[in-house]
Write a protein that binds this ligand. Structure first.
Ligand SMILES: [Zn+2]
Length: 159
């Protein structure tokens, strides 16, 4: 039998992460959510989100809990929760440390961002908006970053 840890990591498509907890709850509108509490492994907890090198911690004591939206699991909203902190990369400067499931600055998992990018490339905007609940997407930092071969992202500010 597969453990919850392994199942969550496989479905989120992440390595270098530890799943600490997983809860299921209904929100005020009766919509089911799965919230996965995760963190990068100790080896990668201070990695720069651009060069992926380990860096000195900038402000670990002011860490915040953030949530990223993932791809739905059979109509259940998936969220990943993690306590973040900033690092000071000698090359790139002060940034929130990398989390393995999301691109820098995104409030969504990599798989979610890539799926939206694929939809936006092949489908009309209205269809894409409908498929991924774009109203919710616009409320957050509407900022879709897609990585190419280089670690520097290019961003689409609108779809
Ligand atoms: Zn860096």
């Amino acid at each position: 039998m597969v453990s919850t840890n392994t199942l969550c990591k496989e479905i989120l498509n992440v390595k270098n992460a530890v799943i600490e907890d997983c809860i299921i709850f209904d929100d005020a509108d009766g919509v089911k959510h799965i919230r996965i509490k995760a963190r990068p492994t100790k080896t990668h907890e201070n990695d720069c989100p651009f060069c992926h090198k380990p860096c000195p911690v900038y402000d670990k004591h002011s860490s915040k809990t953030r949530t990223w939206r993932g791809l739905d699991w059979g109509g259940i909203i998936v969220e990943v929760e993690c306590q973040t902190h900033r690092i000071n990369c000698p090359e790139h400067g002060i940034y929130v440390a990398e989390v393995p499931w999301a691109y820098p600055g995104s409030g969504f998992t990599k798989d979610f961002d890539l799926q939206v990018a694929w939809f936006a490339s092949y489908l009309p905007r209205s269809t894409t908006s409908s498929l991924v609940n774009m109203e919710m997407y616009k409320k957050s930092r509407f900022h879709l970053c897609v990585y190419q071969a280089t670690p520097e992202p290019f961003c689409h500010d609108e779809l």
